[in-house]
Design a protein around this ligand. Structure first.
Ligand code: FNR
Length: 345
């Protein structure tokens, strides 16, 4: 357990105070114009003792929105709002990355008046979480020129994050959102340079990584991935080849870390040969962030067994702003419940 509380060197630019990360947690509490608020600054500030906070997913442009009141990083007002958040975290000696998000087909014209975009015109079954009466429309397949534009907008959002005082960014390539939609066969039926083969299906993700790295430096860039489809996505055995290729390419690049996107890391996937975390450990050479229903104790065991290097904690940190202090003193935690999402404690 002591290992978790020791500093951890990610690279020449970043050493974390401990091995805990705050998992990105969408809270739907941004103000008008999707601008972060004082309450959000105080909420993140209360958790600044965590080695690295990952912000709630933050949209890179208006049609990237899939849930109400999620913050953005594309307007001057949003950048100013985030400055309050990063200052509150830095004032207490903490570090924070912005999670860069575009939901792709998990969007709705309700938010921005446009038809959602995606790799292919394949709609998602079901209804919007937190907006139960809205079902997802069939998206419009992106044109090649629009894909290049999106890559540039991720890079611009990363530059905006640095202007807002973030220590870096995490590219949200997980959980069935836009980047992940290119990486899975269920949502990518393109027959151009972005579809059909592992190399083509990885192209958008790698172009985003390369563009963001070129703008802010790979030491300050993390990437979240869901090789096992579990949210907003159907799995396909052919997805394995895509992730084998992608991770091999990522091994040639500089990144601060790769972070698994999952809710419960005990889930196994036939086509990955078991847990997604074990698959990533096998394929990826850099720092790996584990997540998904871990306590500090089970995380310490997993880190001791060398299954990953850092642990991201989600729901327990919603329920316990003083999570780290409680764990350190072996005090009981307040159990998480969904009703807690109504308030920023
Ligand atoms: C999440 N999760 C999530 N993931 C992500 O990449 N971006 C996000 O914005 C969110 N938002 C979010 C909101 C809420 C309310 C929950 C519960 C979860 C997933 C989260 O980062 C994490 O992977 C899971 O919560 C599993 O970790 P825990 O909660 O078991 O420690």
């Amino acid at each position: 357990m002591d290992t978790l509380f020791q500093p951890y060197r990610l690279n020449a630019s970043l050493t974390l105070a401990n091995r805990f990360m705050m998992a990105p947690l969408t809270r739907c509490m941004a103000g008008p114009g999707l601008v972060p608020t004082e309450q959000m600054a105080a909420y993140y500030g209360r958790r600044a003792d965590i080695g690295l906070i990952i912000s709630e997913a933050t949209i890179i442009r208006p049609d990237g929105q899939g849930y109400p009141n999620t913050p953005g990083l594309y307007s001057a007002e949003q950048i100013e709002g985030w400055k309050k958040v990063t200052s509150a975290v830095h004032a207490k000696g903490g570090k924070i990355f912005a999670q860069l998000w575009h939901v792709g087909r998990v969007s709705h014209s309700f938010f921005h008046g446009q038809q959602p975009v995606a790799p292919s015109a394949i709609g998602l079954e079901g209804t919007l979480p937190r907006m139960r009466d809205l079902s997802y429309p069939v998206p419009r397949a992106l044109e090649v020129a629009e894909i290049a534009e999106l890559v540039e907008q991720y890079a611009q959002a990363a530059a905006n994050a640095m202007e807002a005082g973030f220590d870096g960014v995490e590219i949200h390539g997980a959980n069935g959102y836009l980047i992940d939609q290119f990486l899975h066969h269920a949502s990518n039926l393109r027959d151009d340079q972005y579809g059909q083969t592992p190399e083509n299906m990885s192209r958008f993700a790698l172009d985003v990584v390369d563009a963001v790295n070129a703008r802010i430096g790979g030491d300050r860039v993390g990437l979240r991935l869901s090789p096992g489809a579990y949210a907003h996505m159907e799995g396909d055995t052919r997805d394995r080849g895509v992730f084998d290729y992608l991770l091999g390419e990522l091994n040639k690049r500089t990144l601060a870390y790769v972070h698994l996107g999952i809710f419960d890391d005990s889930l196994t996937f036939d086509y990955l040969g078991g847990r997604a975390s074990d698959y990533l450990r096998e394929q990826y050479d850099g720092h790996l962030v584990g997540v998904g229903n871990y306590s500090a104790e089970t995380a310490a065991e997993a880190i001791k067994a060398d299954r990953f290097d850092l642990i991201a904690i989600g729901r327990p940190l919603i329920a316990n702003p003083d999570y780290l202090a409680r764990v350190k003193k072996s005090e009981p935690l307040v159990p998480y419940s969904d009703t807690m999402l109504a308030e920023l404690v």
